[in-house]
Design a protein around this ligand. Structure first.
Ligand SMILES: Nc1ncnc2c1ncn2[C@@H]1O[C@H](COP(=O)(O)OP(=O)(O)O)[C@@H](O)[C@H]1O
Ligand SMILES: [Mg+2]
Length: 579
């Protein structure tokens, strides 16, 4: 058979013949420069490939070679702290080789091939092993134990295993059929990694953001969509999650909405310190960066790469969070590829399978019992930002996300414009997990957490109703009681639920602080109601004082919480006692 040659080039897509043996999503090397590409359509002897690199300068007649397998992730110790491009090339490795710029065709390892890890065997020779069983472990980062698992799909009797200081490529053991076991293995990014079984959503994914943890909690292993127009705070939310959310590992997939955004992230992130461990946040983070000037095909692949890395740590028994900013850029890559394939488009030019693909991505989230022994439970929580053009939520990517996500944190441009952050639309947002999580909150915090939450939601609903009436009749025509509802509702929204990402003491809120602020607002509400019942309208100056007190509780260091709350309670006592 003659070698395959390029017969057509169209943007990131290339057609080549003869390639009738190619399989879908198989990797290939294209052209003299050996650009990395993936087969996305086979028709007869003609195959279409999407190229992950700049195709400028590719000429007809240049050769195409199939790789024999799909795009894989190289999974092993050393992923934490790394910065990868959309197809898994370590930027540190590429920068060392070529300067900051990634030259086309370059192969850069995901994992540092020279770094060594002290391997401590756990399994014994003669033991029967299957995929997911723990072979032993290494310390990936100081204090971070990384179990080395038998790759899923393998099975056999352990023939040899040895302790020592190994690179990820060296053999640490073997099975009786001769299979070599190493610290790292490859996994095709488009295939979900298998697990034993799914577990219930019975514990929260805590974010440190009051409005989410209190009103719209995500479940560990759950999925949340965060749609919001330009400037509504999506990136700030995703970055706050990467910094403060309760996760052992964070995979941040950045698609770079703005030109310098990824560059800023790369320069800022390594300096951030984890409050809990006192160590660099980068040590538990994998950053996957796509700048807008990278080819669409790599952007399309980056989301699968990120999810696969996350599943790998999930399988080790870790709580992993994947934050994607934003999935709209991913969907646009899908659209561009579909258009080049001249597929019949559906709404707004998006391919008809957009919803299906998105659903399959979200399905890879979950809290699971991992494969293998000893028993491990791990989770993958997925939070995907969506940037609807013009902030219009009826567009296809937002709608498809809503259909598959378990939670919705909808962002509102009007609030963002008023500098009310997080700019969460309290009416549109929801969490399907909330009911199932209340038992956890009641046990872990205070018995009445669920009732404080539902009372807050009721109060906010009441405030919306009154605001609607005020819109009709004018605020002057409102009764005293209704005016009080407006005031107290405003305090809950603007003080209890607002949180500046740039505040020294309030960028992340522990649950105890969230609870105290909410219960103080409730006391003020009840004190006001009691005063109204006695026929006296709550004094506006006193209400303003309540707002100031709550703000001082909110902005104080956490160590001062008890003292500030006590002051606030005393002041409320005096007010309730008849001001
Ligand atoms: N939680 C927050 N606290 C304080 N400021 C915020 C917060 N969220 C957003 N902002 C402000 O809004 C700006 C735009 O937010 P950003 O996350 O970049 O929006 P988006 O990603 O939706 O376009 C930020 O630069 C910041 O000034
Ligand atoms: Mg953004």
């Amino acid at each position: 058979m003659s070698p395959a040659r390029i017969v057509r080039v169209s943007g990131a897509l290339v057609e080549a013949v003869p390639l009738e043996g190619a399989s879908l999503f198989e990797l290939a090397r294209v052209g003299e420069r050996r650009l990395l590409a993936e087969v996305i359509r086979v028709a007869g002897e003609r195959a279409t490939l999407q190229v992950y690199e700049d195709t400028a300068g590719l000429r007809l007649g240049e050769p195409v070679d199939l790789g024999g397998h799909g795009l894989t992730a190289h999974l092993g110790p050393g992923l934490l702290g790394s910065v990868l491009d959309g197809i898994g090339r370590s930027l540190a490795a590429t920068a060392a080789r070529t300067g900051d710029y990634i030259h086309p065709g370059i192969t850069a390892e995901t994992l540092d091939p020279e770094r060594r890890f002290e391997f401590v065997p756990g399994a014994r020779t003669g033991e029967r092993l299957t995929g997911g069983d723990v072979l032993g472990h290494v310390e990936e980062q100081p204090g971070f134990v990384h179990p080395i698992l038998v790759p899923p799909g393998l099975e056999g009797t352990l023939d040899s295993i040895r302790p020592g200081n190994f690179t990820v490529g060296e053999m640490v053991g073997s099975l009786d059929d001769g299979t070599k076991l190493r610290l790292a293995h490859d996994w095709p990014v488009r295939r979900p990694r298998p697990f034993q079984r799914r577990l219930a959503f019975d514990r929260p994914f805590l974010t440190g953001q009051r409005v989410f943890d209190f009103l719209f909690p995500a479940a560990e292993g759950g999925t949340v969509a965060v749609p919001g127009g330009f400037g509504t705070g999506k990136t700030v939310i995703e970055q706050s999650l990467a910094k403060y959310a309760e996760a052992d590992v964070v995979v941040f997939i950045g698609c770079g909405e703005r030109g310098n955004e990824m560059a800023e992230l790369l320069s800022d992130f390594p300096d951030l310190v984890d409050d809990r461990s006192g160590r660099s946040l980068m040590e538990r983070t994998v950053l996957i960066v796509n700048t807008s000037n990278m080819p669409v095909a790599a952007r399309e692949a980056s989301v699968y790469l990120g999810i696969t890395i996350a599943e790998y740590y999930r399988d080790q028994g870790r709580r992993v969070a994947v934050v994607a900013d934003s999935l709209s850029r991913w969907a646009e890559a899908l659209r561009e590829i579909a258009a080049r394939l001249q597929e019949m488009p559906s709404e707004e030019g998006m391919p008809t399978y957009l919803g299906n693909r998105l659903g399959k991505l979200y399905e890879r989230a979950g809290r699971v019992e991992a494969l293998g022994r000893p028993q491990r439970v791990g989770s993958l929580t997925f939070v995907g930002a969506v940037s609807p053009p013009g902030g219009d939520f009826s567009e296809p990517v937002t709608q498809a996300s809503l259909r598959v996500a378990g939670g919705l944190w909808a962002l509102d441009p009007t609030l963002a414009h008023q500098r009310h952050f997080p700019a969460v639309d309290l009416e549109a947002s929801y969490s399907l997990y909330a009911a199932g999580l209340m038992e956890w909150f009641a046990n872990a915090t205070h018995d009445d957490w669920p009732s404080v939450r539902s009372e807050s939601l009721r109060l906010l609903q009441l405030e919306r109703d009154v605001r609607e009436i005020a819109g009709l009749v004018g605020p002057e025509a409102l009764q005293e009681g209704d005016r009080f509802i407006l005031e107290i509702g405003r305090i809950v929204r603007e003080i209890v639920l607002s949180q500046s990402a740039f505040s020294e003491h309030d960028a992340a809120s522990p649950l105890e602080k969230t609870y105290r602020l909410a219960t103080l607002a409730h006391r003020a509400y009840r004190a006001g109601l009691a005063s109204l019942e006695r026929g006296r309208a709550p004094d506006p100056a006193a209400l303003e004082g309540v707002g100031r007190m709550l703000a001082s509780v909110r902005d104080a260091p956490f160590e001062d919480l008890d003292a500030r709350v006590a002051d606030a309670e005393a002041a409320l006592e005096r007010m309730g006692g008849g001001s």
